[in-house]
Design a protein around this ligand. Structure first.
Ligand code: TRP
Ligand code: ZN
Length: 516
C-alpha cells in the first residue's frame, strides 16, 4: 500500500521548517481514461479554495503565468529556461525526495523577481551568484526576489534546494491527474498538461522548451530489495555508477533536444531494456517493467500485438519528414493506466494501452506533432491530438491497401451525427475549454478537420503543407492561426471560412461539398 503525504506549506526565506496543513491522502492511480477509440470525460473537480497568502509580486515582468487561457498559472513571464540540471536523492523506503535544481535561464525582461511553478515540496534555499535569495510560496508558485534587478539579456543560474514527499500536482483543476505516482513496486512520473512541477521547480509550459540533465541517486534499502532496480527517463544514459561507500547507485541522463517539461517521464523499479535496433538514423529501444510483465514482452509486442515500428517510421518519415530526434522507444508499466503519453523519445504506456497497435502509432506521431512542434498555449490542443489521431488513419491508409479513410472514418462520423450522436464532434475542437481539453472531439473532429482540408486542397498541397508546417515550426511552438496562415500561403487561398466552420462552429460543415 502506497501513501503519499501532501503538504501545502507556505515557507518563507530562511524558514526551513514545514507548516503542514495537508492531509494524508492515499495515492491513486490516474483517473484519466484516454482510450484512443472512445475517450471519456472525467468529472470536473471542485475548485480549490484560495488560502490567505503572501503578496503577489506584480503582473509582468516576472509574472506568475504565461497568459495561457486555460491554465493561467502554468509557466511564468520574464525568462526563458535553457537547462534544468536536477540532482535527485530518493529514499525508496520512506519515499522521500531531496532535490537540487540548477536552472539556467535567459532573462528576457528586467526583473526584480521571478516565479517558478512547484506543487507541494518544501523549498529550503535559493541561491544566485553565491548569495541566498528571499523567496515565497503561494499555491503552486515559487516567487524568488532578487537583491538587485537582473537585466534583460543576461543569463542567470538559480540553485534551488527542495525536498518532500512528491505526489500529484495540486491546485490546478487539471482535467486528469498528473505528477509523481508511487506504486507498491516502483514510482513513475507522467501527466499532461502538468506533471513536472510535482517534483522540480519549473517553468511549466510547453512554450518554454529546455535541455535536461537528470542525476538520480537511490539509497539502497537495508533489505536490498532494490539492488537490481533501474532508473529510466528520456534522453540518453551518460553514466551509471555505484558508490563504494554506501552502495547507492547514481544514474545520469542528458537530453540532446530541448523538450517541454510535461514531456519528461521518470520511472524507477524493475525495468528491463530491449535490445537496440537501428532504423536508419534512429536508435530504437524499449523498457518494460519485467517481471512482473512477461519476459517475452518485446517479442510479444511485434508477434502478438502487431507493433510494427519499422513500418511506422517509414510511413511517417515519408509523410512528415525526418524523425525529429535520434532515439525512440516505449516504456511499459505493469499498470492499467487507461492512457499512453507521448513523453519525448520514450512514450509511456500501461500494459492495457501497450497492447493496442494504434496507440503506438498515435504516440509516435506525437513526436512530430506535440513534441517537436509544441502548442503555443493549451487552447491549441487539437494541433497535437487531431494530428496524432489523423496520423493513425494515414498509417492505416498506407499500410492496409483496402483501407479507406472516407469509408471507415470520415463518412461514418457524419452518420453518427445524423443519428444524434455528437460524442466525437462536440464541442468544436478549436477552443474546447479547459474541461474538454481531451474530449473525443479534440481527437476525432480534429482529425476530421485535417481530412476535410485534404479533400478541399488536394493531396499534393495537403502533404506539402504538413511537411512545411513541421519544417517551419519544428523546435518551436505553434498556434492554430500559425497553421492556418501557413496553409493559406502554401495554397494561395483564403481558408478562413473553412477553418472557422471546422474548428469553431457547432455544426459540421456540409459533407456533400467536400466530394463535389
Ligand atoms: N496526450 C495523450 C495521448 O493522446 C493522452 C493524455 C491526455 C494523457 N491527458 C493525459 C495522458 C493525462 C496522461 C495524462 O496520447
Ligand atoms: Zn494523443
Amino acid at each position: 500500500m502506497a501513501f503519499g503525504l501532501f503538504l501545502t506549506a507556505t515557507s518563507c526565506s530562511g524558514d526551513t521548517g514545514e507548516k503542514p496543513v495537508g492531509a494524508l491522502v492515499e495515492s491513486e492511480t490516474p483517473t484519466a481514461n484516454i482510450e484512443e477509440a472512445t475517450p471519456t470525460q472525467t468529472p470536473t473537480p471542485a475548485p480549490t479554495p484560495k488560502p490567505a497568502t503572501t503578496p503577489t509580486l506584480g503582473e509582468n515582468p516576472g509574472s506568475s503565468g504565461l497568459g495561457d487561457p486555460y491554465f493561467p498559472t502554468l509557466g511564468n513571464g520574464g525568462y526563458d529556461v535553457e537547462e534544468y540540471d536536477l540532482q535527485l536523492l530518493w529514499d525508496p523506503g520512506s519515499k522521500y525526495l531531496v532535490g537540487e535544481a540548477t536552472i539556467t535561464a535567459k532573462i528576457v525582461e528586467d526583473l526584480t523577481s521571478l516565479n517558478l511553478d512547484l506543487s507541494g515540496m518544501t523549498v529550503t534555499s535559493v541561491k544566485f551568484e553565491g548569495s541566498n535569495l528571499d523567496f515565497f510560496r503561494e499555491d503552486n508558485e515559487l516567487i524568488i526576489v532578487f537583491q538587485q534587478p537582473v537585466v534583460k539579456g543576461t543569463m542567470a543560474a538559480l540553485e534551488i534546494s527542495y525536498q518532500g514527499f512528491p505526489g500529484l500536482v495540486e491546485n490546478l483543476n487539471l482535467p486528469h491527474s498528473g505528477g509523481w505516482f508511487n506504486t507498491e513496486n516502483m514510482f513513475y512520473v507522467s501527466g499532461e498538461p502538468s506533471s513536472s512541477q510535482a517534483w522540480h521547480p519549473v517553468n511549466d509550459h510547453p512554450d518554454d522548451r529546455a535541455q535536461f540533465r537528470i542525476e538520480f541517486t537511490a539509497i539502497p534499502l537495508v533489505e536490498a530489495r532494490t539492488w537490481n532496480w533501474e532508473f529510466v527517463t528520456n534522453g540518453f544514459l551518460v553514466e551509471k555508477t555505484e558508490s563504494d561507500v554506501d552502495k547507492s547507485i547514481t544514474w545520469i541522463y542528458e537530453t540532446r533536444y530541448p523538450r517541454a517539461p510535461y514531456l519528461t517521464v521518470l520511472a524507477y523499479g524493475i525495468f528491463k531494456e530491449s535490445e537496440a535496433v537501428t532504423l536508419g538514423d534512429v536508435h530504437l529501444r524499449h523498457w518494460a517493467e519485467s517481471p512482473p510483465l512477461p519476459s517475452d514482452i518485446f517479442e510479444a509486442g511485434v508477434e502478438t500485438f502487431g507493433h510494427d515500428y519499422h513500418a511506422m517510421f517509414e510511413v511517417f518519415t515519408n509523410l512528415f519528414g525526418p524523425y525529429p530526434f535520434d532515439t525512440y522507444g516505449y516504456l511499459v508499466l505493469n499498470e492499467t493506466l487507461g492512457y499512453a503519453l507521448e513523453t519525448q523519445t520514450l512514450s509511456i504506456f500501461g500494459y492495457d494501452t501497450y497492447q493496442e497497435p494504434n496507440i503506438h502509432v498515435h504516440e509516435l506521431a506525437h513526436q512530430w506533432f506535440g513534441n517537436h512542434i509544441t502548442v503555443g498555449d493549451w487552447s491549441n490542443i487539437w494541433l497535437n491530438e487531431g494530428f496524432a489521431t489523423y496520423a493513425e488513419y494515414l498509417f492505416l491508409e498506407e499500410s492496409v491497401p483496402s483501407f479507406s479513410i472516407d469509408d471507415s472514418f470520415f463518412i461514418p462520423m457524419y452518420e453518427l451525427v445524423e443519428q444524434g450522436n455528437t460524442f466525437f464532434t462536440q464541442p468544436p475542437p478549436g477552443d474546447p475549454g479547459r474541461d474538454n481539453l481531451f474530449s473525443a472531439s479534440v481527437y476525432f473532429r480534429g482529425a476530421m478537420t485535417l481530412h476535410a482540408l485534404r479533400l478541399t486542397i488536394g493531396d499534393a498541397l495537403f502533404f506539402d503543407s504538413i511537411r512545411g508546417y513541421v519544417e517551419q515550426y519544428g523546435g518551436q511552438s505553434a498556434t492554430t492561426n500559425d497553421f492556418i496562415q501557413l496553409v493559406e500561403e502554401a495554397t494561395g487561398s483564403d481558408l478562413e471560412e473553412f477553418f472557422n466552420g471546422w474548428l469553431f462552429q457547432d455544426n459540421l460543415p456540409p459533407l456533400q461539398e467536400l466530394y463535389d
